[in-house]
Design a protein around this ligand. Structure first.
Ligand SMILES: NC(=O)c1ccc[n+]([C@@H]2O[C@H](COP(=O)([O-])OP(=O)(O)OC[C@H]3O[C@@H](n4cnc5c(N)ncnc54)[C@H](OP(=O)(O)O)[C@@H]3O)[C@@H](O)[C@H]2O)c1
Length: 274
């Protein structure tokens, strides 16, 4: 499902529909089509954003669209992706799928190439956050956690690799978590999967260095999203101590556009207050 570019009536150019006054995301200076790093003249760069149906992924997609990317929006829930597409100023393609399955990850890459002909950036934001004590870990919980938080990134990266190699250009931004370094009790399997993301990203960057492929991890603390609030209410983590999803989205976007520099495979930590 592809959505044409467009600014709904009543929204001035550069504004984000649905945003509140004074809370607009910064508009990254947009690389005009054909001038994003490595993009052929006249071509709109393409960014796949997983987890685009809500939270950090939605904000990332909105900002990448402002920066001139055709965004491919991926997560399971169609209506959430449609909502994200309606908020985006720019062309987008909706791809509802469950990324915990390897063949679905491969299809995201194959169908993006078939529809759009190129992939310039992969923002792996999708994730789930099981909180479980060690004695209550089940095989099913572990499998779902590892498939969603780690294997999906592995399969998407590996499916996109030949394209990035052929282009001699590509950027992968993976979202892990501060829980990969300093986890709360209950975050054993979540933290382990996210630590796997940190390491996989480092090797991705090292293998990609000679091919023009870059990779970086963003590891945020508590971000004000549905995921956080499903786990912790405000008596545990007050809202004024959390990070804003649009700020993490901006960091992801800046890594992709080159406005934020980083060491190959770096884990950029973003602690929240408190
Ligand atoms: N919020 C925090 O405090 C925090 C802190 C550190 C790191 N993070 C990380 O940030 C990322 C984004 O989380 P968020 O806070 O923005 O939470 P969120 O709003 O719940 O976003 C998670 C996204 O992932 C998608 N998703 C989950 N399972 C999926 C699957 N199997 N296949 C495809 N898509 C799937 C969800 O959509 P569907 O359910 O529709 O599929 C949703 O769009 C996650 O990787 C999370 O671990 C969050």
């Amino acid at each position: 499902m592809t959505h044409p570019p467009g600014n709904p009536p009543g929204n001035p150019p550069g504004s984000t529909p649905g945003s509140t006054p004074g809370n607009n995301p910064r508009k990254t200076p947009a690389p005009p089509p054909g001038t994003a790093p490595g993009t052929a003249p006249g071509k709109t760069p393409v960014a796949i954003v997983t987890g685009a149906g809500s939270g950090i992924g939605r904000e990332t997609a909105k900002l990448l669209a402002l920066a001139g990317y055709h965004t491919v929006l991926v997560s399971r829930t169609l209506k959430n992706l449609q909502k994200t597409a309606s908020l985006i100023e720019g062309p987008s393609t909706i791809h509802p799928t469950d990324l915990s399955c390897r063949s679905n990850c491969q299809q995201v890459i194959e169908q993006t190439l078939a529809r759009l002909g190129r992939i310039d950036a992969l923002a792996n934001v999708a994730g789930c956050a099981p909180s479980v004590t060690i004695e209550n870990i089940t095989a099913e919980l572990w499998q779902k956690n590892i498939d969603t938080n780690l294997s999906a990134i592995v399969h998407l990266t590996s499916a996109a690799w030949p394209t990035f190699k052929q282009q001699q250009q590509g950027i992968i931004v993976n979202v892990s978590s501060l829980a990969s370094i300093d986890p709360f009790p209950g975050f054993s399997i979540y933290g382990a999967a996210k630590a796997g993301v940190n390491l996989f990203t480092l090797v991705t960057a090292r293998e990609g260095a000679s091919q023009g492929i870059k990779a970086v991890t963003i590891a945020p603390g508590a971000v004000e999203t549905g995921m956080l609030r499903a786990l912790f209410d405000e008596s545990v983590i007050p809202a004024d101590k959390t990070l804003r999803p649009q700020d993490i989205g901006q960091l992801i976007c800046d890594c992709i556009t080159g406005h934020k520099t980083f060491e190959p495979g770096e884990v950029i930590t973003v602690p929240n207050e408190g």
